[in-house]
Write a protein that binds this ligand. Structure first.
Ligand SMILES: Cc1ncc(C[n+]2csc(CCOP(=O)(O)OP(=O)(O)O)c2C)c(N)n1
Length: 322
């Protein structure tokens, strides 16, 4: 195993993982609180419950590795080191937002942190990530591209075209499917003719691993092993991570009573909460210290977003492609 093996994890690592997970959880909870006041100008798709996938994968990436994500992208953006103030200002539709207030929650970008971008159009980020992977390969670099997607994206034609192209050209790309079991309210068994996603992926000669219970340590270890292989020129790899979203598909609420939910499943997944598990590895002092820092960061980000002006009217059509 690599030096990223979980056997070597120490208190410093637990603190780092807890801080990253806590920042996402508390930021999204604050966003949910703020949402009814109408200061947030775009729809929001919260990742609460799914944080372990983004945090676990990004924890083993290098600064120069790129990530590409979906409209449910707060967790990925923050895990890769995206600027929280710029993200909050973006949600507020302000000029200091990471997309100058025009993209909203679904279109986050931070080129410095190597967040390629997130997209509202299901699966549309996959071919873009592929383009980055091809570029980095042609430039002879050993950084990798990590392309996140929901289970719904695997139903799109471009998903299969991209698997084929990436395998054909041995691209340095790690695909990560965050399978939360539903697309909006539609469960997998109403959408997938077969659950054997692994067979579909392996059919293209792409290495594949599946995690069942969103264990942050397992996710981290698999991502590390795959990243190392990809850097060594072994071509694309695929992680299929089962997970669970606690909140409604879009919006700030928890739709626990919705017909597509089951109390049993809900309870099982809440028991697996990465934040709770990480917290149990730390001292009370560490937890309190991290929570204090996180709360301060979030308060600063909200104050920054509030103080930032709206973009001027004459910018309305700048940087808009149609
Ligand atoms: C190409 C395209 N088709 C349909 C939609 C409408 N849509 C928005 S979210 C969504 C569900 C996608 O589910 P999944 O990929 O599993 O991601 P999750 O929301 O679970 O994170 C759909 C179908 C869209 N945005 N883009």
């Amino acid at each position: 195993m690599t030096s990223y093996s979980n056997e070597h994890l120490n208190q410093h690592d637990f603190r780092r993982l807890y801080r990253a997970t806590c920042l996402i959880r508390r930021t999204e909870q604050r966003i949910a609180e703020l949402y009814p006041t109408d200061c947030i100008k775009s729809p929001i798709h919260l990742s609460i419950g799914q944080e372990a996938v983004s945090v676990g994968v990004c924890d083993v990436l290098r600064n120069d590795d790129w990530v590409s994500g979906t409209y449910r992208g707060h967790a990925l953006y923050l895990s890769k080191g995206g600027d929280l103030k710029a993200m909050m200002a973006e949600l507020f539709g302000k000029i200091d937002g990471c997309a100058r207030g025009k993209g909203g929650s679904m279109h986050l970008i931070d080129i410095e942190a190597k967040v390629i971008g997130t997209s509202a159009v299901v699966a549309s980020n996959i071919p873009v990530a592929l383009g980055y992977a091809l570029t980095e390969k042609l430039r002879g670099r050993d950084n990798i591209i990590v392309c996140f997607m929901g289970d719904g994206a695997t139903e799109e034609g471009v998903f299969y075209e991209s698997l084929n192209f990436s395998a054909l050209h041995d691209l340095p790309i790690l695909f990560v499917c965050e399978n939360n079991g539903v697309a909006i309210h539609n469960p997998i068994d109403k959408r997938w003719a077969s659950r054997a996603l692994g067979q579909r992926v392996e059919g293209y000669g792409i290495g594949y691993q599946e995690t069942e219970d969103s264990d942050i340590f397992e996710i981290r270890e698999i991502a590390a092993a795959f990243a190392e292989k990809i850097r060594d020129g072994d071509g694309p790899k695929f992680m299929h991570c089962h997970t669970y979203r606690w909140h409604e598909h879009v919006g700030p609420l928890q739709d626990t009573d919705a017909p597509y939910r089951s109390i049993k499943t809900d309870t099982i997944w809440r028991e697996r909460d990465a934040l709770k598990h990480l917290e149990s590895r730390l001292s009370c002092e560490d937890v309190e210290d991290i929570q204090r820092t996180v709360e301060r960061q979030i308060a600063d980000a909200v104050a920054f977003a509030e103080a930032s002006p709206f973009p001027p009217e004459q910018e309305l059509f700048d940087h808009v492609l149609a």
